[in-house]
Design a protein around this ligand. Sequence first.
Ligand code: CLF
Ligand code: SF4
Length: 301
Amino acid sequence: TTGLDEKIKARIEKHPCYSEEAHHHYARMHVAVAPACNIQCNYCNRKYDCANESRPGVVSELLTPEEAAHKVLVIAGKIPQMTVLGIAGPGDPLANPEKTFRTFELIAEKAPDIKLCLSTNGLMLPDYVDRIKQLNIDHVTITINMVDPEIGTKIYPWVHYRRKRYKGIEAAQILHEKQMEGLQALQEADILCKVNSVMIPGINDEHLVEVNQVIRSKGAFLHNIMPLISAPEHGTHFGLTGQRGPTAKELKQIQDNCAGNMKMMRHCRQCRADAVGLLGEDRSQEFTKEKFMEMAPEYNL
Ligand code: CLF
Ligand code: SF4
């Protein structure tokens, strides 16, 4: 047995990312409604989807909340195992709060049995935990790559917070504080939190064990350590400066080093911001905007 209590099991048993078992049977979809971002990560090029919860180098088709709701109802009608709707980009969902929450509201109203999932860099999370709770969003991912702002300066060149741009240590300090406050607030609100960390060799690889300890002590439910993908043609800072990603062996080593402490996610497939289907199966091209706008929602409660 996993030792998980029955209540938690019921909350994750149909979520393909939060439950390893569920990912064989249940599907998720993402809708790309959130274009803006409020920070810069050195592994991201804004021409592409948010690399915190996505495969770098992919461009998703941007939708309005109404188009997104239509798409969700069409797909939920066609793919019965569709249990989770996630918003994960292409920028940061909480840097686009009106679009993100409008989309969730429309779906909660029309398809209340679909679980809502949100992924964020955490900068604005403390401001929105109440709204997240109100909307019954039970799954929130924060990407936390460091708990030491000195290390943060090597990953984040700037953050834009409350109408002001910060650089250097100040930027990393603000991001770190908001991530920790957000994590704490999620725990107090009893919302399940997954933490994604991008493993960057020579920068935060050894540090991730400390990240793991801190997030565990603050109540994170699951830790997903993902490999940096830094192809030069993606035009990211790391790609252009020759920063390499980890080997499969290095990734597994760090995951193993953390595994004694808490549940580790090892089945992440680094999906696109408009992914559709089982993890590892990408049906997004069957449901491009041109196609799904022609389909009638068949979803029935
Ligand atoms: Fe999407 Fe993320 Fe929700 Fe899953 S993905 S917002 S928690 S519904 Fe899953 Fe995809 Fe890995 Fe993300 S496999 S990239 S962990
Ligand atoms: Fe890119 Fe996401 Fe980082 Fe924003 S939070 S810079 S979209 S990877």
